[in-house]
Ligand binder design. Structure first.
Ligand code: NAD
Length: 293
């Protein structure tokens, strides 16, 4: 029979990921501090608790899908943390976009409790989480990553073994750096072209038929920026966190003064300047792009 899974965090991503696991036949119990998140999982046919401790009883695999690594650490090892109640051998998967250095440290502490730990962050956004077609980058021992693979395969189209513990989180931060830089560059180009009198739809069409084409020009500019809906489901604050993680990683390995630090600062300025719940596509308003709001 399939392993029992506990999903800690039923937000924009955790909810559709847990729902994919249910559809694949895994027994899934969820946990989220938010009552509306719990209600949404119940509506999808799952059971959810407010306290993670209540959700992990009997679980073979515990997944965290929380905002950042500090919150993941707290859920596992903080006051009332779940690590203390997990039986030896339980497989813990942190699928959040956490910082890799904290992940390595957390892994050592969990290993001391005889828990297995894999970092398995995801890319593809809410749409691909719903479809179960995420890209998943898994760091950890080969045996632990292979043990996690059947669960991960129910949520993703491609599951990469990226190397040792923390390498998934490192790869995720670097992916989001490239993605965020592409979005920022596209929004700047849009603002400049508009100021020059070029219609915004024309800008996007030309980029998409040319070498400036990227994931943002293809999937974000028209649906979320030009429409003025800003409904991607990925918060700007989370993207700013990912850019900081990537810039810190660059500094850690001694590769500094690149575009990465400049991008991280720009996203942090936007986070501080925009309202708290802003969507990451609202970076466009920060670089001056007009839209049809
Ligand atoms: P979210 O804010 O929508 O969801 C986080 C959920 O965690 C919330 O429902 C919150 O109530 C819950 N929560 C917070 N602390 C908790 C705790 N201690 N115990 C239980 N529940 C708790 O965030 P999200 O967009 O789902 O992102 C989750 C992670 O995935 C982040 O690290 C993010 O960077 C990453 N990510 C997001 C996207 C995206 O498109 N939204 C894509 C890829 C990766």
């Amino acid at each position: 029979s399939l392993p029992k899974v506990a999903m800690i965090g039923l937000g924009m991503m955790g909810l559709p990921m847990a729902t994919c696991l249910l559809k694949a036949g895994f027994p899934v119990v969820g946990a989220d501090l938010s009552a509306s998140a719990r209600a949404a999982f119940a509506a999808a046919g799952g059971a959810a608790f407010e306290q993670a401790r209540d959700a992990v009883a009997g679980a073979d695999v515990v997944i965290t899908m929380l905002p950042d690594g500090r919150i993941v650490r707290d859920a596992l090892l903080g006051d009332g943390g779940i690590a203390a109640v997990l039986p030896a051998g339980t497989l813990v998967l942190d699928m959040s976009s956490s910082a890799p250095i904290g992940t390595v440290r957390l892994g050592a502490e969990l290993a001391a409790l005889e828990l297995r730990f894999v970092d398995a962050p995801v890319s593809g956004g809410v749409r691909r989480a719903v479809d179960g077609t995420l890209a998943i980058m898994a760091g950890g021992s080969a045996a632990d990553v292979e043990a996690a693979r059947p669960v991960l395969a129910a949520m993703g189209r491609s599951v990469f073994a990226t190397g040792p513990l923390g390498s998934g989180h490192a790869m995720k931060a670097l992916n989001n750096y490239v993605s965020a830089a592409g979005l920022l560059a596209s929004c700047e180009a849009l603002a400049i072209a508009e100021a020059f009198g070029i219609a915004p739809e024309t800008v996007v069409d030309v980029l998409n038929a040319s070498t400036g084409r990227n994931n943002s020009t293809e999937t974000k500019l028209k649906p979320f920026v030009l429409s003025g809906t800003f409904g991607s489901g990925f918060a700007l604050a989370l993207m700013a966190k990912d850019l900081r993680t990537a810039a810190d990683l660059a500094a850690e390995v001694g590769i500094e003064e690149g575009l990465i630090e400049c991008s991280a600062r720009k996203w942090e300025q936007a986070r501080a300047g925009l309202r708290p719940g802003a969507d990451h596509t609202e970076i466009s308003s920060f670089v001056g792009t007009r839209h049809k709001a």
